[in-house]
Ligand binder design. Structure first.
Ligand SMILES: NC(=O)c1ccc[n+]([C@@H]2O[C@H](COP(=O)([O-])OP(=O)(O)OC[C@H]3O[C@@H](n4cnc5c(N)ncnc54)[C@H](OP(=O)(O)O)[C@@H]3O)[C@@H](O)[C@H]2O)c1
Length: 330
């Protein structure tokens, strides 16, 4: 089968489109023929081992796992002996843990707890756009942010992969949503349900005088003082995005210290954990049309280097999808 493989860390040029052995499922695995995958910042962070700490997870000198790609949608071709929830022929979507990446390929083996049945109402490409970005938005808003109906919620980075899901998921919880994006994305962010939009090239949401119950930041580009200024006295700010090491350490170390008990809370969300319950939650939002994936660009499997080069520029409008098999658009 064809797959994207890399044996050294570096820019997209280290990626090779190669023939590799088709995997065989272990007892607790499902073999999926991939129809579509999608790209996430986790792919290029892992590819470049940037920030440097990424080497702790995937090998210090060279990648332990030579494969990339977390999100996938496809058809189950075979199942291991102990698999109970899927059978050959099922259409599924899901997300591989970072240590087991490999969805930039024609086939992959996955544990059943990282997969769910694909909603019949969406294409394989749409389904592949969902898992990592949508679960990051869902777990940040619901679990860390404790989102409630009627709250004023601000999504910073509303036009990106995570942000486009965060806007729609926050609306599905009954929040009044403000999306922050640049001028060219204002209409798109309105079209996915934002009640208000702020153009970050013209207005600073932390200095507008407006205060929010919940800020979900998919950019991670502001100081704790800035976030606190835009929060109500009991407000919560959940940071998912990474901009630079200085801000990361500020959010990680000072965030908990400067969050007073009973007062404003500012902090990083834990790394998203893929699980079947949340995939099923998203399946229902997709089936009822309350969430529609926004697809920016499509690339073929051999073009993954171009896809990651584009994503790394940091200006995706929704998700970047990798089309692997014919029929990915059905
Ligand atoms: N904690 C976790 O488990 C987890 C999981 C997934 C992702 N993440 C992190 O979350 C972040 C977002 O991921 P993603 O998939 O959404 O990335 P992405 O698709 O590359 O999104 C980039 C978006 O950010 C917007 N943006 C850039 N600068 C901005 C600014 N100053 N103000 C507002 N928006 C701005 C861009 O819009 P313009 O083109 O208009 O600038 C673009 O739409 C990344 O840092 C990623 O590493 C964390």
């Amino acid at each position: 089968m064809k797959a994207i493989v890399y044996t050294q860390y570096g820019p997209p040029e280290v990626l090779q489109f190669k023939d590799v052995e088709k995997p065989t499922p272990k007892d607790n695995e499902v073999l999926v023929q991939i129809h579509a995958a999608s790209a996430n910042p986790a792919d290029w962070h892992t590819m470049r081992a940037a920030p440097f700490l990424a080497r702790l997870a995937n090998g210090f000198f060279k990648p332990r796992n030579p494969r990339l790609g977390a999100d996938l949608a496809g058809r189950v071709e075979a199942i291991g002996r102990t698999i109970t929830q899927f059978q050959a022929g099922d259409d599924v979507f899901g997300c591989l843990p970072v240590s087991e990446m490999g969805s930039f390929a024609e086939y992959v083996c996955a544990r059943e707890d990282v997969l769910a049945l694909k909603p019949a109402t969406v294409t394989f490409e749409q389904a592949a756009a969902v898992p990592l970005a949508a679960l990051t938005a869902l777990q940040g808003l619901r679990d860390k942010g404790q989102i409630q109906s009627g709250q004023k919620v601000l999504i910073n980075g509303a036009s990106g992969g995570v942000g486009t899901f965060a806007v729609q998921i926050a609306k599905s919880f009954g929040a009044e949503v403000t999306g922050v994006c640049s001028t060219r994305n204002l209409d798109m962010v309105r079209s996915i349900g934002a009640d208000h939009v702020i153009d970050y090239t013209r207005e600073d949401f932390t200095n507008s005088g407006q205060q929010y119950d919940l800020i979900y930041c998919a950019v991670g580009n502001r100081s704790i003082t800035d976030y606190k200024r835009a929060l109500k006295p009991q407000g919560v700010c959940v940071i998912a995005g990474f901009t630079n090491m200085r801000l990361l350490f500020e959010h990680m170390i000072l965030g908990p210290r400067r969050s007073k008990a009973g007062g404003q809370q500012v902090g990083l969300m834990p790394t998203m954990k893929v699980n079947k319950k949340d995939l099923d939650f998203m399946k229902e939002l997709l089936e009822t049309g309350r969430v529609k994936p926004v697809i920016d660009r499509r690339y073929h499997l051999a073009e993954v280097p171009e896809a990651l080069r584009y994503l790394e520029e940091g200006h995706a409008q929704g998700k970047v999808v990798i089309t692997v098999a014919q029929g990915a658009q059905s």
